[in-house]
Design a protein around this ligand. Structure first.
Ligand code: AQP
Length: 343
């Protein structure tokens, strides 16, 4: 990992979160979960199921707890080991909401007004969106910094939010004259799979909330559905080129090649060398076969975990206790720094 953030001399810690707001897709897997598994072997890792973020848009109260278990099962099925990394639901650790309030008083409205994800999600309806959706990046800063998280594995869509977390950390350290109290968290974005695009539109990211199910490959899709979605994926009339430069201006093809490269863990150039000159009639079935080969064992394992919800609950509950033990003293220090009354 990169050098320790400026002025901060504490230990390195990896923090990341995933929303329990629907079925996970290939973008979540390649952009986040696959990285979690690698990082847990080398670092102190905290992986949070961010249910407080999920409720910034409507969530059915009858479904939310199960959606949380669903994400936990996905973590476990991908290979996140609860003996190594901490896995827990955000709402069980009060430090998140408390620190978010303090950070609301540090962050500036102008900073939030620049957040493109809010603009994308709200569209023309920004007046009707929840205050929570607008404030989402401040809660995200609190999530990371309640653990003094130094490194944050995320997809490219989260880059701007991470910059805001750094700004909040820096302003807090400066305003209260506590240099190095909070680290300036570094995003871990690079690598294949950082930005997986919709299968229907190469200019939009693959997303849970896209109304078209054909736009994404879900963890819950079976082999036939995966093959159908890849067969129907938007492409152009050309053949597969020899070099990455020739993918320029062909976003849908570029996305499919990127997915193949990320799943097969080889450079794009190698994939192109293998398929150069071929049409989609050859490439798409090969991609479908690869996607099924990688996702099927995860789905099967996930279903086994989901059949034992008590086991998941035990893991989440013990993860929440461990997370609380780290975050609560850090937020108590913040209270002291800010000068709140105490006995
Ligand atoms: N298309 C993507 N490519 C690469 N990484 C992605 N991530 C999300 N989409 C892609 C990364 O997955 C992690 C968890 O994301 P999340 O579920 O917490 O929230 P999100 O980024 O808002 O994901 P969605 O699918 O777009 O959800 P909706 O539609 O509900 O907003 C993050 O690290 C994210 O970067």
């Amino acid at each position: 990992m990169s050098e320790k953030p400026t002025d901060y001399n504490g230990p390195e810690r990896v923090f990341s979160g995933v929303q329990p707001s629907g079925s996970l897709h290939l973008g979540n897997y390649l952009g986040a979960l696959k990285k979690f598994v690698r990082l847990q072997h080398e670092h102190d890792c905290v992986f949070c199921i961010v249910d407080l973020h999920a409720v910034t848009v409507w969530q059915d109260p009858k479904a939310l707890a199960d959606q949380t278990r669903h994400i936990a099962a996905a973590f476990l099925a991908c290979g996140v080991d609860p003996k190594k990394a901490i896995i827990y639901p955000q709402s069980r650790v009060r430090a998140h909401t408390e620190l978010a309030w303090y950070f609301n008083c540090v962050a500036r409205i102008g900073w939030l007004n620049r957040m493109t994800q809010f603009k994308d999600k709200a569209g023309k309806n920004s007046e009707k969106m929840s205050v929570g959706l607008y404030d989402y990046p401040v809660l995200q800063a609190a999530d990371i910094l309640a653990f003094k998280g130094t490194h944050v594995p995320v997809g490219e869509d989260q880059k701007q939010h991470l910059e805001l977390s750094r700004d909040i950390a820096a302003k807090f350290n400066n305003d209260f004259d506590v240099p190095g109290f909070f680290p300036l968290p570094e995003p871990l974005i690079q690598g294949p799979g950082a930005r997986i695009m919709s299968l229907r539109d190469g200019s939009k990211k693959m997303s849970k909330s896209d109304p078209s199910d054909l736009s994404r490959i879900n963890f819950t899709d079976d082999a036939d559905l995966i093959a159908k979605k890849i067969r129907k994926a938007k492409t152009d009339a050309g053949v597969i080129p020899e070099t990455s430069e020739e993918l320029e201006g062909r976003p849908e093809l570029s996305n499919l090649i990127g997915i193949y490269a990320a799943l097969s863990e080889q450079p794009e150039d190698k994939v192109l060398a293998e398929y150069a000159g071929q049409g989609f009639g050859v490439f798409k079935p090969a991609l479908a076969e690869l996607a099924v080969e990688k996702l099927k064992p995860i789905t099967e394992l996930m279903n086994r975990y989901l059949a034992a919800p008590d086991e998941i609950d035990t893991i989440l509950s013990s993860g929440a206790d461990r997370a609380d033990n780290i975050a609560t003293p850090i937020v108590a220090e913040v209270r002291d720094i800010m000068g709140f009354w105490k006995v």
